[in-house]
Design a protein around this ligand. Sequence first.
Ligand SMILES: NC(=O)c1ccc[n+]([C@@H]2O[C@H](COP(=O)([O-])OP(=O)(O)OC[C@H]3O[C@@H](n4cnc5c(N)ncnc54)[C@H](OP(=O)(O)O)[C@@H]3O)[C@@H](O)[C@H]2O)c1
Length: 345
Amino acid sequence: MSMSSSNAAAKRVLVTGGNKGIGYAICKKLLEDHADVHVLLGSRDPSRGEQAVQSLQSILPESSKDRVELVIIDTSSDDSVKSASETVSGKYDSLYGIINNAGIGFGNGFTDTINTNYFGPRRVCDSFAPFIIRPEGRIVNIASASGPNFVSRCQDKTLVEKFTSPLSFQDGSVTGDGIDKLDELAKSYDGQTDYGDEAYGVSKALVNAYTALFAKANTDLIVNSCSPGYILTDMTRGMGASNAPEKGTVSPVHLLLNDEMKTLPTGRYYGSDAVRSPMVSSKFGTGFIDVYKWTNLSNFFILALLPRTRRTCIRRSLNLDNGIEEILSCSLDYDVLQSNTINKK
Ligand SMILES: NC(=O)c1ccc[n+]([C@@H]2O[C@H](COP(=O)([O-])OP(=O)(O)OC[C@H]3O[C@@H](n4cnc5c(N)ncnc54)[C@H](OP(=O)(O)O)[C@@H]3O)[C@@H](O)[C@H]2O)c1
């Protein structure tokens, strides 16, 4: 294995789906604000990837244009991910981190959505995690508020229990880490028709559960997931999102680089402002303070009392940030339970 001399001391970070949208904005932010970061920009399409790399290089001084390079990686394909990991590990001794950003949105059916959004990060972690520096290398999984939203709407109590206590997947697991059981659940959706347009939410709920299980099995890595917020990209065009992609970089970059993360338990799900959704056994315990810090308290209580559809209407008409909806769905339904499970262990 050889290592490029100019990058020998760099923090090498793989960003999947880095050729556009939030992934591209993350690559740009890392290059602009963090001189010690070397970006491996993942793209499934060589020409779209090359174009993105060139566009990023155009904003870098001549001496540091080699801080960004293209990695061809289609996260929906075992072969492509394997080949990408062989390329990267053949060139570099180690990676500092991965941002599992590549994803597809609503309307793509269960099979494709889960293959990309859940099994994509699974494949990437399986192939690349062995090269991540330990301790303190990092993995950031880009999830979505749609994950907790799905869980909060779900009528299947057993499924809700599993998603809200992901470590329960470990029971009876062959590997002991529970991830094989989570895979089984993911595969159970294969071929099903997505009548309720739930595939995206299911895929992100799976990613959050995976984050908790993978973190538990890799205590020498810092592994978390987050929502980037409601961001205007090709994925959300025409759906009312207005935040620029740069706004979606806040939480992923914080989880990837901030020193504070070294002191916190991992396997957590964070909001788009990088503040973790409240983690308490009672809705009005410590979590109360977190909620207060996160958003305007009166908005929170007014909206909390309303049915979800009404909340969404009001949120949109007041042009409130998606964060409030995230708080309501994550803190009250999902994250509280997930975090309690983790914290008890
Ligand atoms: N936008 C939002 O409001 C929002 C909210 C919550 C979560 N998210 C999540 O944020 C992430 C980025 O989304 P975005 O809004 O930036 O969407 P986007 O603009 O559509 O970008 C998606 C990126 O993922 C890549 N991709 C898709 N399938 C892939 C595959 N099989 N292999 C490799 N790359 C693949 C796309 O590549 P191509 O150019 O080749 O298609 C593109 O680079 C996704 O995980 C999404 O679920 C977004």
